[in-house]
Design a binder for this molecule. Structure first.
Ligand code: TA6
Length: 278
């Protein structure tokens, strides 16, 4: 079934600076700065309105990783979101839009709680701002994990360096989830990498992204950072991913995953991320 035409929302700031969001998962599927694409989307990605989009920025909620009552990484990335506020140019010249996901029969079949998840995006000249809020309108306390599964497009992942992990403990999913401490000033990737870095600082710099530039990631209330690249062998196991594509992406994912967010009735969880092309 082809996705309905209205699935895609474009924030256009002019000067070939745009952000494209697919209502399927409110997945940012493109961020172009002066006509330079910053995000990786697999050539094999499937846009059927059912499965998660392989690339861009899928939203992981209410469960990061394997889940006993639902799909890996939760349902937010496979639900159709509502466009709460169409793109609007702000007095600053920036463009803002808002997306929302409310509990429904599908979500309650896996996670029987009411919730309101709001996603506000602001497209600036060289920055993209993400403001997330989760409201608990119910009578029970919610417990969930949340993550922005960002796929950065890179010319060659082997030349990328990621700052800010030194001294952090991490869960290494390539070694049965064993815990280690990071001793390097910069993390580099030369093999299958799948790590959950815990209690990371507010900022990471990723070098050698598109056209050799740097990407700054700033995050608030997203205490962890996941770093992933499937490399050669794992790439072969992913049906909607091209075997030869692994050198051209690095996932650096801001999240609250190593411990759940506990959200009492009537309260709001707020988090944000700013991506900046340097
Ligand atoms: O965020 C890293 C990770 O959890 C890896 O373990 C890998 O599974 C990746 O996400 C992709 O997951 P997906 O469910 O999209 O295939």
């Amino acid at each position: 079934m082809a996705a309905p035409a209205t699935s895609v929302v474009v924030l256009d700031r002019g000067n070939n600076t745009t952000c494209t969001v697919n209502l399927h998962g409110a997945t940012v599927v493109s961020w172009r700065v002066n006509n330079q694409e910053q995000l990786f989307v697999s050539k094999q990605a499937i846009f059927d309105g059912k499965r998660a989009i392989r690339g861009g920025i899928p939203i992981v909620f209410p469960q990061f990783g394997a889940w006993s009552t639902g799909p890996q990484h939760g349902f937010a990335r496979i639900c159709r979101w509502e466009l709460k506020k169409p793109p609007e140019r702000l007095p600053t010249g920036d463009v803002e839009a808002m997306f929302q996901l409310l509990d429904n029969e599908f979500t309650r079949s896996m996670w029987n709680y009411p919730f309101s998840l709001t996603y506000r995006l602001i497209l600036r000249e060289k920055e993209l701002h993400f403001n997330i809020s989760v409201y608990n309108p119910g009578a029970e306390t919610l417990s969930f994990t949340f993550l922005l599964h960002t796929y950065f497009k890179v010319p060659d992942v082997r030349r990328c360096q990621i700052t800010g992990m030194r001294g952090c403990t991490y869960i290494d999913k390539t070694r049965e989830g064993a815990m280690y401490q990071e001793h390097r000033d910069v993390v580099t990737i030369n093999e299958w990498t799948d790590r959950i870095y815990q209690n990371t600082p507010l900022e990471h710099i990723i070098t050698n992204v598109v056209s050799g530039r740097k990407m700054r990631m700033q995050k608030y209330n997203l205490v962890d950072t996941v770093v992933w690249n499937p490399w050669v062998e794992k790439a072969k196991e992913i049906p909607d991913f091209g075997e030869e594509e692994f050198p051209n992406l690095v996932c650096v994912e801001a999240g609250h995953v190593s411990s759940p967010v506990i959200l009492p009735p009537g309260t709001v969880f707020e988090a944000s991320q700013i991506l900046q092309v340097m």
